[in-house]
Design a protein around this ligand. Structure first.
Ligand SMILES: [Zn+2]
Length: 155
């Protein structure tokens, strides 16, 4: 834990993420991935510093999947995202976080399934960082934030 952990910095609010959280719950913080300008690409980070899924407490575990499901539904409803890839690596000692990577039609040029993901991410980082693209990413994050907030109120 501590000062060298970027996720701890973000979830504690000591470091702000552009666009802020799209949703924050008791145990998790979800925000747009700022490393790759792909609309609706969300990182769900635990607030507590731990590395592995198996280290989640019972309470964290109960909150986690419904949160991921809510985000996933709004990715579809608000942004028309038909498919999402989920990534979480166990071969690192990073603070636990789940990537929710949308599959957009433009990614088809890089191939199918998981083999296309890295190329698509790099393409986005290198070719889609114009002001216009970044505005679209921010707008998508705002839509997700608003709809997720409504859903919580509605429950
Ligand atoms: Zn941490």
């Amino acid at each position: 834990m501590g000062e060298s952990c970027l996720s701890c910095e973000i979830t504690s609010g000591r470091r702000t993420v552009p666009g802020g959280a799209v949703q924050e719950t008791r145990f998790f913080h979800a925000h747009q991935d700022v490393a790759y300008p792909i609309p609706g690409q969300i990182i769900v980070t635990a607030k507590r510093h731990f590395c592995f899924l198996t280290e989640m407490s019972q309470a964290e575990t109960s909150e986690f999947l419904p949160l991921v499901q809510r985000i996933r539904r709004e990715q579809e409803r608000q942004l028309g995202i038909e498919h999402v890839y989920y990534f979480y690596n166990e071969d690192t000692t990073h603070h636990f976080h789940l990537w929710m990577v949308p599959r957009y039609p433009w990614m088809a040029r890089f191939g199918k399934s998981i083999e296309a993901v890295r190329s698509a991410l790099l393409h986005a980082r290198e070719q889609m960082s114009s002001e216009h693209h970044l505005a679209a990413v921010a707008e998508a994050a705002a839509k997700l934030r608003e709809s997720l907030a409504r859903e919580v109120e509605g429950d």
